[in-house]
Design a protein around this ligand. Structure first.
Ligand code: 5GP
Ligand code: MG
Length: 166
């Protein structure tokens, strides 16, 4: 059973606010790099508030669990990043390893200014010193689904963010 944690109206309101915060800190034009698959719905809602952006996707996979640094890229963005301002968008900041990896990869491509935005920040111990520049909501240490986030590819379509309750 999925229990509602953040309702659709709350998400809608916060996404608009976030877009304002981002546009104040990051002048247009900039490149949005969305991390697949979890950030696809958040990105779709967020980018519709921006005036002038290029959009591309990236996929980073990490072996969940104990070992550090086991992160790899499985889809590279193709839009040139050199000298550009970039906003990396992810669904949830858990240990932080995927976003840290994406951030370093984008920097290494010669991006001028790299900012990071996550819909959710989970209250757990991090494995990086990176702090996302923009955070939608802080959530407790639950396994959350919906609004793009899945459990075995299910629940991504839910219009709210929920957590699984047995
Ligand atoms: P990190 O590298 O920060 O540990 O993990 C980030 C990725 O793990 C997220 O982009 C997401 O794909 C997945 N993840 C972490 N916590 C959750 C969660 O509570 N629910 C879901 N559906 N995915 C999560
Ligand atoms: Mg995922």
């Amino acid at each position: 059973m999925v229990e509602v944690l953040i309702a659709p109206q709350e998400i809608e309101r916060r996404v608009k606010e976030l877009a304002k915060e981002i546009e104040e800190a990051l002048p247009s034009p900039f490149v949005v790099i969305s991390l697949l698959k979890g950030a696809f719905i958040f990105t779709a809602d967020l980018v519709r508030n921006f005036r002038d952006v290029e959009l591309d996707f990236m996929k980073v996979e990490s072996y969940r669990g104990r070992e550090k640094g086991k992160t790899k890229m499985t889809l590279e963005p193709r839009v040139p990043l050199e000298g550009k301002r970039v906003l990396i968008v992810d669904d949830i900041f858990d240990t932080g390893e995927s976003l840290d990896f994406a951030f370093r990869w984008v920097k290494a491509k010669g991006a001028l200014d790299v900012k990071t935005c996550v819909l959710l920040d989970k209250e757990v111990e991090k494995r990086t010193s990176l702090k996302p520049d923009f955070v939608g909501f802080r959530v407790p240490d639950y396994f959350v689904v919906g609004y793009g986030l899945d459990l075995d590819e299910k629940f991504r379509q839910l219009p709210y963010i929920g957590y699984l309750k047995e």
